[in-house]
Design a protein around this ligand. Structure first.
Ligand SMILES: Cc1cc2nc3c(=O)[nH]c(=O)nc-3n(C[C@H](O)[C@H](O)[C@H](O)COP(=O)(O)O)c2cc1C
Length: 386
């Protein structure tokens, strides 16, 4: 049984926190609900206390209650901003400041509020401090608009809480882990480039989870659209050549996770300065880049774990990834199908097939944090294998 503090803030989705409370209690946890006054406009504290099988406390310091995991669901734009600033003006924000350990937050708000630069900067601040953000998801919102802003489903939040509790914080202590993330950009001239849609979310989630499990993590960052997690070493690698150089320099890491979308081709010649606009067509010759996975596979020792990622389409893509296992001497291939719009590139979710010499396993659609946990569970299994 774990102790879970569940913060609830003042959005319509507060009603979904009832179901979350029920799921966490049913899983055997001791849940302390901390609704804000704003949340109580939607659902009374009594409801949460009854679901958590708790009585109103006369503890003079409820905000100092220790918790194995701190969850805020739903998280309003308002409380998000307060957490980013470190304000402590109600029992939830006080408790959040006093908490040490895993922290999971499920924002829920109107799309325009979510996309506002102020909110996005606050989200980046929380992420950079190691707070894990789950959702929000796209769909129909309470006010009738359609867009990103729905709270992640209670079952997904409860599942993520279990993962945070299951993987002991120190299970990768003493291990060095190299993660590549993002998409490389290959210059055409001084301002244009050939790039891809990778946001870096998957690699960043892996780096955050590896750090949480106690590993010493270096993140090779290729043009990330999201903030790198706190506590990891970040090396900027904007081009395939940068990434190759920096990865080779760290090839002795215990685990290498190659989540970055590295360009397969780059312009054969880079034009100095900016090519002026004209009516004449521009034919660009592309040349293949180095296959970094193959290079590392050749250099890897038996006790190292090399994980390659493959974004391809459909069954044919999966077949090509199966061939990678032996062909490039990698220990694990993580395949995701980029023909699907709901997962993968630039999405908060993913669904992957893990391919190792012991077989294949589908990890069903889940947040990238959950997928990262599943991948690292598999890495830990491979590290422990004789
Ligand atoms: C009907 C209604 C629905 C609201 N839903 C949300 C919401 O989903 N997300 C949000 O960030 N704010 C929402 N708000 C605004 C918050 O309730 C408001 O910012 C409040 O100050 C939040 O307080 P708290 O963060 O301390 O709980 C809503 C307000 C109303 C009146």
């Amino acid at each position: 049984m774990a102790r879970i503090v569940l913060g609830i803030t003042g959005g319509i989705a507060a009603y979904k926190a009832c179901e979350l409370t029920r799921l966490l209690v049913r899983a055997g946890h001791d849940v302390l609900p901390l609704p804000t006054p704003g949340a109580e406009r939607f659902v009374s504290a009594e409801t949460f206390l009854a679901l958590a099988r708790k009585e109103r406390t006369d503890d003079p310091y409820p905000h100092l209650a220790r918790a194995d995991v701190f969850v805020v669901a739903p998280l309003t734009a308002n409380t998000l901003a307060k957490l980013a600033l470190g304000l402590a003006d109600n029992v939830l924000t006080e408790a959040a400041l006093a908490h040490r350990g895993p922290f999971l937050a499920a924002p829920a708000m109107n799309t325009r509020m979510w996309e506002h630069p102020a909110t996005q900067e606050n989200v980046a601040t929380l992420r950079s401090r190691g707070i894990e953000i789950i959702g929000p998801e796209a769909g129909e919102l309470a006010e009738g608009e359609v867009g990103v802003g729905r709270m992640a489903e209670p079952a997904a939040i409860a599942a993520r809480v279990e993962e945070l509790l299951a993987a002991p914080a120190g299970s990768l202590a003493g291990r060095s882990i190299l993660v590549t993330a993002g998409g490389t950009r290959e210059p055409l001239d001084s301002v244009r480039f050939v790039g891809n849609r990778s946001s870096g979310r998957m690699g960043v989630a892996l780096a955050a989870e590896a750090h949480r499990r106690g590993a010493v993590v270096t993140l090779l960052a290729a043009n990330l659209a999201v903030a790198a997690p706190a506590g990891v070493n970040v090396v900027e690698t904007p081009t395939a050549a940068d990434l190759e150089r920096e990865a080779l320099a760290r090839r002795d890491a215990d685990v290498v996770l190659m989540a970055a979308a590295v360009a397969d081709y780059r312009p054969a010649a880079e034009i100095a300065g900016k090519r002026p606009k004209s009516d004449v067509g521009w034919t660009v010759e592309l040349e293949p880049t180095t296959d970094i996975a193959r290079l590392l596979g050749e250099a890897t020792s038996n006790r190292q774990i090399l994980v390659a990622f493959g974004a391809e389409e459909g069954e044919a893509g999966l077949e090509r990834k199966r061939a990678m296992l032996a062909g490039k001497n990698v220990d694990l291939v993580v395949y995701n199908d980029v023909s699907r719009e709901d997962i993968g590139f630039d999405s908060g979710d993913n669904e992957v097939t893990l391919i190792s010499k012991d077989g294949e396993r589908l990890v069903p659609k889940a947040s990238k944090a959950s997928i990262a946990a599943a991948i690292l569970d598999e890495v830990e299994r491979l590290l422990a294998a004789p």
